[in-house]
Design a protein around this ligand. Structure first.
Ligand SMILES: [Zn+2]
Length: 165
């Protein structure tokens, strides 16, 4: 009875998934997320991109990043630029950091979200390592910035103290 009521009020189809009109692999799991293109009432239209999930957070949101080439006429060469887009992460897809995903445009879901993940296409296995390296680089930079005297000077001072000067 409960199922039937929720179907009537939210247009949910709890077991079968809707054909979203794009040839992608349907998620194996089912969900009760109304903002899911497969199991909810969300319709997709517009542009589609594929990229890497760089951050995930609460409220089923992710940040997807991808690289593009930007042509500079003066130098007749390309430079790398990065695009970052916030996207909805339905619970049946449940993408994690380091996943390669395809996102598709939809109606505005919040102030910054107007894309939804429609498919997981793979995994960047080195993502965690890369992230750790970046964090380490940040830490060393910030600690050096905090020190008023450079590390070499501190070492020299210590030696002086040891010698009893
Ligand atoms: Zn779903």
């Amino acid at each position: 009875m409960r199922e039937k009521l929720s179907q009537r009020f939210h247009g949910h189809r709890t077991n079968s998934s809707i054909n979203i009109g794009i040839n992608v692999e349907k998620p194996k799991e089912s969900c009760r997320d109304n903002k899911c293109p497969f199991h909810g009432s969300l319709k997709i239209r517009g542009r589609s991109f594929s990229g890497l999930v760089v951050t995930t957070d609460l409220h089923k949101s992710v940040t997807v990043e991808w690289e593009r080439k930007f042509f500079i006429a003066k130098y007749e060469r390309y430079e790398k630029r990065r695009s970052r887009v916030r996207a909805h992460n339905p619970s049946c897809i449940n993408a994690k950091e380091g996943d390669l995903v395809t996102i598709h445009e939809c109606r505005p879901l919040s102030k910054t979200k107007h894309f939804v993940i429609i498919e997981k296409t793979g995994k960047d296995t080195l993502f965690k390592l890369k992230k750790e390296f970046r964090e380490e680089a940040k830490v060393t930079e910030s600690t050096i910035g905090q020190l008023s005297t450079p590390p070499q000077k501190i070492q020299a001072e210590k030696k002086k103290v040891e010698r009893g000067e």
